[in-house]
Design a protein around this ligand. Structure first.
Ligand SMILES: Nc1ncnc2c1ncn2[C@@H]1O[C@H](COP(=O)(O)OP(=O)(O)OP(=O)(O)O)[C@@H](O)[C@H]1O
Length: 289
């Protein structure tokens, strides 16, 4: 059932009918083909999380429709028939500890399959396979997930999703808070799930080097709208100074020099990756908000 993901004229308003109503998505039209790897970028508050949560119907459009294969989600969709969709669309949230509920690693990973009607033996087999896929040694199975490192905890969260055998995987900043090695390991895992298993990947990220390295398609969001869309090569084509830096030297003096040449006001503190991200987004026309 996986198939392509399609947003057609999707609007989403938080707290509709209240004085606090806020339109977070505006007339979104977007098609993601089966097996593709898409990065979604944009300043904080631009609507990235709201957008991705439509794909497994955690959020339903205020108007317009989202289809995933032949599954159609509109404002009328009820929670009744969502199981096949939720099984096929796995979501890994930014903070894995929010996604981990059970007292041991194996129980946590078995939770999804059990919830979807697998027997204990089937769920255990699915969980062990998933641990294998994400590179979690089996001796971790009886450990408490919250005692693991940030990187290992993320593997548990990803394994929990993979145990459901999804064909679409949505990752909302899956490496936030990890050190460079943990970051590289998780991104290598995501790339493998895409390349070797053909899983459709949708990655929300602030890491522009990951966009360039892994994504086939980039969606730039600003103020609830998609402002640019294309291959990383096309999207970043004009950002010669970024390409020269190969997006790897966010704190170097050379990077600061490039930013200065490109006309960005430089802070007096050392530059960070966030400066790089913001500079790129600003140059792509994704204004704050
Ligand atoms: N539950 C909510 N109630 C009201 N407004 C919300 C809610 N969640 C998000 N918003 C608003 O909707 C807009 C889009 O938020 P969203 O979380 O989708 O952005 P984002 O691009 O994912 O941001 P970030 O990078 O910080 O995760 C923002 O203006 C945000 O303040």
């Amino acid at each position: 059932m996986a198939g392509q993901i399609k947003f057609q004229n999707v609007n989403y308003v938080y707290h509709e009918d209240s004085p606090d109503a806020h339109q977070a998505l505006k007339d979104i039209n977007l098609t993601l083909t089966e097996g593709s790897f898409t990065a979604i970028i944009g300043h904080t508050g631009s609507g990235k999380s709201t957008l991705i949560q439509h794909i497994n119907a955690l959020i339903k459009p205020t108007s317009g429709e989202v289809s995933v294969g032949d599954y159609v989600i509109t404002h009328k969709t009820t929670n009744k028939n969502l199981r096949p969709l939720r099984q096929k669309v796995g979501m890994v949230f930014q903070f894995p500890e929010k996604q981990i509920f059970e007292e041991t690693v194996i129980k946590d990973i078995m939770f999804g399959p059990l919830n979807y009607g697998a027997t204990e033996a089937e769920a255990k087999q699915a969980a062990l396979n998933a641990m294998d896929l994400v590179g979690l040694p089996q001796q971790y199975q009886d450990q408490s997930p919250i005692d693991l490192s940030g990187g290992q905890m993320r593997r548990v969260a990803i394994a929990g999703v993979l145990a459901m055998n999804p064909s679409i995987l949505i990752l909302d900043e899956p490496t936030a808070g990890l050190d460079p090695r943990g970051h590289a390991d998780i991104m290598a895992l995501v790339a493998r799930l895409h390349d070797e298993m053909g899983i459709t990947i949708i990655l929300v990220t602030h890491q522009m080097d990951d966009v360039v390295q892994y994504a086939e398609q980039v969606v730039v969001m600003s103020h609830g709208e998609i402002t640019k869309q294309g291959s990383p090569q096309d999207i970043f084509a004009d950002l010669k100074w970024v390409r020269q830096m190969q997006l790897t030297l966010p704190t170097s003096a050379e990077f600061a020099e490039q930013l200065k040449l490109a006309g960005f006001p430089l802070p007096s503190r050392p530059l960070t990756l966030t400066d790089l991200t913001n500079a790129i987004l600003t140059e792509l026309g994704a204004n704050h908000g």
